[in-house]
Design a protein around this ligand. Structure first.
Ligand code: FRU
Length: 496
């Protein structure tokens, strides 16, 4: 039965959502119907279609009592809107339906596993969250919370585990039929751990063990875990809060870590072998992955940064968007990410330039626009090594977003200082890249409100939100010294 709170939220988004014209949204990145969006939830296939739920507060462009918004897609590029799936309408989730996952049950119904949050008093009498895991079952549109909720609570935690920070179950089913979920938890040392549970039916769960923990090294509380095998390695992804910077690999604040290692299926033991950041840009958090029927591991994330969510355009009617979904692979122990291949179906109007000598700033015929897919290769001319190379996108007389590569120290820098956000927030991020024979390859995906850069065929990715006015369409290339440049640029065409 649809509760009053859920009906009210559904009516609200149905009434006001359509007022936002397509031109005020990204052309192909997922956005909320109206209001606020954060983490992707329940990113999974159900009855042959890809569903994406999201943390949602429809009533304002600020975070508030969390609902689950709902989208689905056939190709990861075009998103169809569905009515809100969950509202915080029970005692055990009155303070919010926080992040979680989804999986198809053997009887053909869809299970949503999410964190129910309520407020309770602690031993000192202060109000704090009580986080438990809850289930709702449905048909792909409507969901019923089950009477047994909550199905995992404080008594299911290992010793020292916190009931204040116990959240974000990601769920999947192994080929042998067993269901698993990984959940973030705060441990007695104040830092994060990822817990593994298993179930025969998706509803009754048993704790198996702790997969890995922060030990206060990679941030504190670990949110939004994911755990999957890929190319012979096991991958554990988590989004830590309160990270300390580590060189150019991790920046301060909320980050995303990818641990790769070894794992014996069904057991709790995960042996960590490598640690890296997932995205090196300004806006990326809480990623989730799914496995496609054709065997690809696809990841999507919230393209935002908790530290900068106060910086939004005046009068915006939606806030928060998802990244372009990415195809993942592991090579030499590193996570690689590339735009989902379905994007190529929307390419049109190819423009190519080959071995263009660049010294100073140039623009190239046919290379401009705000909704496009462009690959550039920059290489030394054979003479003196160039000092730097810059691509400026979303540019007019006042605005620009700069991607700068400097070979002397191998850094790539994204700079959105002049990208439509007149707020005193972090606007630049630098990271180390690995040129191959002095050559760097960048695939730059522009949508109306974002820049996503994929370096050297997916070795690194960097996503950044911009709000530059859409008239700023110019793109220029500039070298300090001289370089040879190849450009392959496509417009991306949609009907919105
Ligand atoms: C991560 C997060 C999750 C939580 C959700 C609440 O961005 O803090 O841990 O479930 O957002 O909206």
């Amino acid at each position: 039965m649809t509760s009053e709170l859920l009906q009210k939220a559904r009516d609200f988004e149905a009434q006001y959502g359509p007022h936002i014209p397509g031109s005020e949204r990204p052309a192909f990145h997922a956005t909320p119907t109206i209001g606020w969006m954060n983490d992707p939830n329940g990113f999974s296939f159900y009855r042959g279609e890809c569903h994406l739920f999201y943390q949602y507060h429809p009533y304002s462009v600020e975070w508030g009592p969390m609902h689950w918004g709902h989208l689905k897609t056939r190709d990861f590029i075009r998103w169809e809107r569905l009515p809100i799936a969950l509202a915080p309408d029970k005692d055990y989730d009155a303070a919010g339906c926080f992040s979680g996952g989804a999986v198809e049950l053997p009887d053909g119904r869809q299970l949503l596993l999410y964190t129910g949050v309520r407020r309770g008093h602690n031993a000192e009498g202060l109000l704090q969250d009580v986080q438990t895991q809850c289930a709702a079952i449905g048909d792909g549109v409507n969901y019923e919370k089950i009477p047994e909720n909550p199905i995992l609570d404080g008594k299911d935690l290992p010793e020292g585990g916190s009931t204040v920070d116990f959240r974000d179950p990601k769920v999947w089913q192994d080929p042998d039929g067993t269901f698993y979920t990984v959940i973030g938890n705060r441990t007695a040392d104040g830092s994060g751990a990822i817990l593994l549970y298993q179930s025969r039916d998706g509803l009754r769960w048993e704790f198996i063990g702790t997969l890995d923990r922060s030990r206060n090294q990679y941030g504190r509380m670990w949110e939004c875990p994911d755990f999957f095998p890929l190319d012979g390695r096991q991958v554990l992804i988590a989004s830590p809060q309160e990270m300390n910077p580590v060189g150019l690999e991790f920046h301060a604040g909320n980050g995303t870590v990818c641990l790769t290692g070894d794992y014996a299926p069904g057991g709790a033991g995960f042996t960590r072998r490598s640690v890296q950041a997932v995205d090196y840009g300004l806006d990326f958090y809480a990623p989730q992955t799914l496995l496609t029927p054709d065997g690809r591991r696809i990841m999507i994330a919230w393209m935002q940064n908790w530290g900068t969510v106060g910086a939004k355009p005046y009068h915006c009617r939606w806030f928060g968007q998802m990244t372009l979904p990415r195809e993942l692979s592991v090579k030499d122990g590193r996570l690689y990410q590339n735009p989902v291949r379905e994007l190529e179906h929307y390419r049109s109007c190819p423009v190519t330039h080959h071995s263009i000598p660049v010294c100073g700033e140039v623009n190239l015929p046919g290379v401009q626009g705000r909704v496009l897919d462009m690959t550039i290769r920059v290489r030394p001319t054979g003479g003196a090594l160039y000092r730097w190379f810059r691509v400026r996108v979303a540019k007019d007389g006042e605005h620009e977003t700069i991607i700068r590569y400097r070979p002397s120290d191998g850094t790539l820098k994204i700079d959105r200082t002049r990208s439509g956000l007149p707020h005193d927030i972090v606007h630049t991020r630098s990271f180390l890249v690995r040129p191959q024979n002095g050559e760097i390859k960048l695939r730059v995906i522009l949508d109306r409100f974002s820049v996503e850069v994929f370096v050297n065929d997916g070795e690194q990715a960097a996503s950044t939100v911009i709000y530059t006015r859409q008239e700023a369409q110019a793109i220029t290339f500039e070298a300090g010294g001289s370089v040879l440049l190849d450009v392959e640029k496509y417009s991306l065409a949609f009907d919105n």
